[in-house]
Write a protein that binds this ligand. Structure first.
Ligand SMILES: NC(=O)c1ccc[n+]([C@@H]2O[C@H](COP(=O)([O-])OP(=O)(O)OC[C@H]3O[C@@H](n4cnc5c(N)ncnc54)[C@H](O)[C@@H]3O)[C@@H](O)[C@H]2O)c1
Length: 474
């Protein structure tokens, strides 16, 4: 099949091998999609979309890529890709063009799959995406029908709404969400299993400017993935960064474990085979919700122990070594949120290291309490599981927070304890929610708007919009 490049004609009608003048028959394909950028992501998208009976027009300034694609071949190695491309070209479902306007006029949705390489300072270079946004914007100016632009290139959160959408609005003269729709629709394929990943995606995510756009993109995946996750545009943008950083974290963690295991004469694969079988705590959503720092009798102690073991065995384990400083940073962050409220009297609701236990050992709430006392703040604490006798005789003496100044905190504690959450909240101008306890929530709700709230535990599933409410990570 020859390259379809009708740039000179500026054609406004269906053109895939359609003789001029002949009325278009009812399309035998599901929808028309233009794919901007025919690298790894774009070529696989073009092939798989055609394989699921969408008509695709691919755009790329690299004429080697468009020429090869028009002949059913990809420039990169990807199992099964050439077969799907030649099938798509043979079925006249795949064409190419160098002309963005042609591509926009011959599609209802544009997938933008151009590169977003690192700049020297590590930031993401969005220059190619901006170029495509400008070209599509210009094309939309002359197009009457609603057009959807789905950005698939990995970009930092905020890029679509703050930069790309406004570029398209400026170039097209239209309004985002009304005259055209934009979406961030992250790509999760892995090279080498990309086609399999298209048919069995880990998830399909769409963050769109409007419901119509959301629906148009979801329809493309009907029968492939009927459980599309709809998010805000920004969450869709960020989840891609988070996914890849998590994958990198897993690799580095496993490798640190591997180095240490080998130094200890233990088979790392045996260890990790057991590790991954725990789908309750290890490979699971548990411990994955942003909130306050870790503490308790085990995590801090055993992380320190593993870190020390690595040093003793002369094994480099920077990821494991960094955990305590990351955790301390979270406590410092909570303290800075408290300071920002310019408090006089603070209520700390929840002091044990987590809700439902009386264990104060290495409780990060105690560290926060010590910091506030050191700042000269007047603090009232309440925790229904706080047993002062036990706490003072055992847990505080063993706690890291208490160890530096165990006597000081132990002596202070009885004076700080309130008899109820209501009593503590009523005496305070700033409340720290350290446990997600319904009784704490009720005490604060009775004074909402009057007290400033620093929420460390996402007490309310939807973060409240009250004046003075601040969440530690939301
Ligand atoms: N490769 C992967 O496995 C993968 C997976 C998920 C997401 N991503 C993301 O997808 C994006 C694309 O990745 P890739 O690996 O396919 O990149 P790539 O470098 O292989 O391909 C990018 C293509 O965009 C083309 N291009 C540049 N400017 C253009 C323009 N103005 N109009 C049309 N085409 C243009 C280039 O010529 C090139 O062919 C990146 O943001 C990447 O981070 C990649």
């Amino acid at each position: 099949m020859s390259i379809i490049d009708l740039a000179s004609e500026r054609v406004r009608r269906e053109t895939f091998n359609q003789p001029k003048g002949k009325p278009a028959a009812a399309p035998a394909y599901k929808s028309s999609i233009s794919v901007f950028g025919l690298g790894y992501v774009g070529a696989v998208s073009a092939a798989c979309l055609a394989d699921t009976n969408h008509r695709v027009v691919g755009v790329d300034p690299d004429v080697r890529k468009t020429a090869m694609l028009a002949n059913g071949k990809a420039m990169m190695v990807e199992p099964g890709l050439d077969d799907l491309l030649s099938k798509g070209v043979g079925a006249e479902l795949i064409g190419v063009s160098a002309d963005a306007e042609y591509a926009v006029f011959n599609s209802t949705v544009s997938f933008v799959c151009v590169g977003t390489p690192s700049r020297e300072d590590g930031s993401c270079d969005i220059g190619y995406v901006e170029d495509v946004a400008r070209s599509i914007g210009k094309a939309i100016r002359a197009k009457k029908e609603f057009h959807v632009i789905a950005f698939r290139s990995t970009i930092p959160p905020g890029t679509c709404r703050q930069i790309l959408g406004p570029i398209i609005e400026k170039e097209s003269g239209g309004v985002m969400g009304e005259d055209f729709g934009i979406a961030f629709h992250p790509e999760f394929l892995r090279e080498c299993t990309a086609i399999e990943d298209f048919y069995n995606p880990p998830k399909t995510v769409v963050g769109a400017s409007d419901e119509r756009t959301q629906g148009i993109i979801a329809d493309i995946y009907a029968g492939v993935d009927d459980n599309v996750l709809f998010t805000s545009i920004e969450a869709a943008e960020m989840v891609k960064y988070v996914d890849n950083t998590w994958h990198a974290t897993k690799v580095c963690f496993a490798n640190e474990v591997g180095r240490l295991a080998k130094a200890c004469g233990v088979d790392s694969h045996e260890v990790m085979d057991v590790f991954v079988q725990d789908t309750k705590l290890n490979i699971s959503p548990y411990y994955m919700k942003p909130g306050f720092a870790f503490g308790g009798s085990c995590l801090p102690k055993d992380v320190r122990g593993m870190s020390k073991l690595a040093r003793t065995m002369k094994v480099d384990a920077p990821l494991i070594d960094s955990l305590h400083s990351s955790n301390d940073g979270q406590i410092m962050h909570a303290m800075s949120l408290v300071q920002r409220t310019k408090p006089r009297t603070v209520a700390l609701l929840g002091v044990t290291f987590k809700k439902g236990t009386d264990d104060l050992r290495e409780s990060p709430m105690l560290t926060l309490l010590e910091m506030m006392i050191a700042e000269g703040l007047d603090v009232r604490v309440f925790d229904e599981n706080l047993d002062l006798d036990t706490a003072l005789s055992h847990h505080l003496a063993h706690s890291k927070a208490g160890s530096g100044n165990a006597g000081g905190l132990a002596a202070e504690m009885p004076k700080l304890v309130a008899q109820s959450a209501v009593e503590a909240v009523n005496a305070a101008d700033t409340v720290i929610m350290a446990h997600a306890d319904p009784a704490f929530a009720r005490a604060v709700e009775a004074r909402k708007g009057e007290v400033r709230v620093v929420d460390l535990a996402r007490v309310w599933p939807e973060a409240p919009a009250w004046p003075g409410y601040d969440g530690i990570c939301w």
